[in-house]
Design a binder for this molecule. Structure first.
Ligand code: SF4
Length: 238
């Protein structure tokens, strides 16, 4: 008896294998080569996500795929500097910024769950304002790139350069996974890449305003996120 495989399942299995093979082959490759592989393989079905902390990965991707989609999650809780960085990226770079928003406005969420849900249940707040919008927004793509780096925190120390995002059934590309902060700073300086002004004001990692504080001497870059909670990730990368 011949078994006919569902085309969607076949495509997913193909992408999973592509990710695993590329993860091995590109582990030591420069970031541009990793992104070139993603652009050549997925074309317009590939996007970059950016928190607008800086535009390093967006800049790299635009060099191999001009007009690349840069997906930004507007949670409604961002610093004005972050929104300004997003607008500057859209204005001056050869990319198309795609802004995703949660189903509920902050006011609607406050009305249903009470004010300052982020102080009481940040996991639920992140699930509604970040994880769900990203999952819906990524349906238009087969592969997405992130700016994750292994040196940012213990939770990110095993980040693959190319991996399989089991939860979303997508190829996940982290072209600067092996970079250090010094590599990032050097790239920004060499190419004049846009950065969030808060990085020059004591913030090492920029997220939503209520859940981000400046870092102290000796703390890792993400110590200023959800301070007071054991939470270190918003759920986008779990
Ligand atoms: S980072 Fe804070 S404000 Fe932003 S979605 Fe998560 S809990 Fe809510």
């Amino acid at each position: 008896m011949t078994t006919v495989q569902d085309p969607q399942e076949a495509s997913t299995a193909h992408h999973r294998q592509l990710a695993l093979d590329a993860g091995r082959e590109l582990e030591d490759a420069p970031a541009l080569e990793v992104l070139r592989w993603a652009a050549d393989t997925f074309g317009s079905r590939f996007c970059v996500t950016s928190s607008m902390e800086d535009a390093v990965v967006a800049h790299l991707a635009s060099r191999v795929l001009p007009g690349v989609h840069v997906v930004f999650l507007d949670t409604g809780y961002h610093f004005p500097e972050t929104i300004g960085t997003r607008d500057a990226v859209a204005a001056v770079m050869d990319v198309e910024v795609i802004t995703l928003t949660p189903r509920q406005s902050v006011a609607e969420q406050d009305a249903q769950y009470g004010p300052r849900l982020h102080d009481r249940s940040p996991d639920l707040c992140c699930a509604m304002r970040k994880v769900q919008p990203l999952e819906e927004g990524l349906r238009a793509y087969d592969a997405w790139a992130t700016g994750l780096r292994r040196d940012e925190s213990p939770a990110r120390s095993l980040t693959p350069v190319v991996g399989w995002d089991e939860r979303r059934q997508k190829v996940k590309v982290s072209p600067i996974a092996r970079w250090t902060q010094q590599d990032v700073d050097a790239y920004i300086a060499e190419h004049g890449v846009l950065t969030n002004p808060l990085l020059s004001d004591g913030y090492a990692s920029v997220g939503c305003a209520p859940c981000t504080r400046r870092v102290l001497e000796g703390e890792d870059a993400r110590a200023g996120r959800w301070a007071g909670f054991s939470k270190t990730e918003c759920g986008l990368h779990l």
